[in-house]
Design a protein. Sequence first.
Length: 377
Amino acid sequence: MADFYDILGISKSATAAEIKKAYRKKAIEFHPDKNPGDETAEENFKKAAEAYETLSDQQKKARYDQLGHQAYTSGGAGGFGGGGGFGGMDMDDIFSQFGDIFGGGGFSGFGGGGGFGSGGRRRVKGKDLRIRVSLTLEEAAVGVEKKVKVKRKKQAPGVTYKTCTTCGGSGQVTRIQNTILGRMQTSAPCNVCGGAGQTMDKKPAGADAQGLVIDEETVSIKIPAGVETDMRLKVSGKGNEAPGNGISGDLLVDIEVKEHAELQREGNNLHFDLYVSVPEAVLGTTKEIQTVTGKVRIPIEAGIQSGKILRLRGKGMPNVNGYATGDLLVHVNVWTPRNLSRDQKEFFESMMADSHFEPAPEKGDKSFFEKVKDMFS
Ligand code: ZN
């Protein structure tokens, strides 16, 4: 399977400028205007855009380099569009994100560099909006619904649109262009309506050139259990509205899961540092453990060693795709006392000579570990 570097024909050490240049070259080669009706070219055009989308973003590139192609494109947040927005790009996405790479082409009017359908009227799409939503680890563990206020552009009350007189509503005009690809006869978006096939008829006071006004709206976002920082959710249709009969953009929600004071996350597993005193370690006890769904008490066996890891099955984070739940790993630390009183010091001194206190590690620890595992499975 070709990785993103192969797709763009570059080496892993390529600079940002080289990546951009390589993408531009591929985009021109496979551009739909140059390859009308060629599905393979369209597929290659999309692949190049996906490769560029990841490699042009430092964070995504680092993650990609770390995980490898297979894991990056199939893993993580696969359930809703991929780790950090990978996958499922359509032509509109590509042109709205990377339109500038074509050198600020002649698209004007409504969509402002938006995409195009397979001939005929262009589907004008409102701009996607982005927000960042922050949640606690506890919220991420069970899923949560968040209400956020979003400032979206909407069609102004009273605005009307009419069929474009220049293109007769088709959104396309045929023209001869001198382009970077040479002299081409193209069916280009109408530059009066921007390809929408419609222009504004009546503009209400306060509306912008597209007949839109900014409106604050409360949007409810369902966040599934198991999300991680930098995952992205998409709320369809909650971006800016488009003028005329265009479709609304989407609201892209970047997730941030806050650090927890006591629990450390590693994928779906959680880690907890448990401290026990020397007498507790010697005599055994029960201890209260913080989990993401409340507290649980666990037994600490007499003679437990520092460094022992107790596994509480299923007490970790759920997988965002809904299968399996991680574990909570409790790391046992025996706390050695400092600043002893004279009596305490004498007590430990008297133990120094006792051979029973000599360390004598055994392999038998494993059986205890298994026992604890069984206890919670
Ligand atoms: Zn027109």
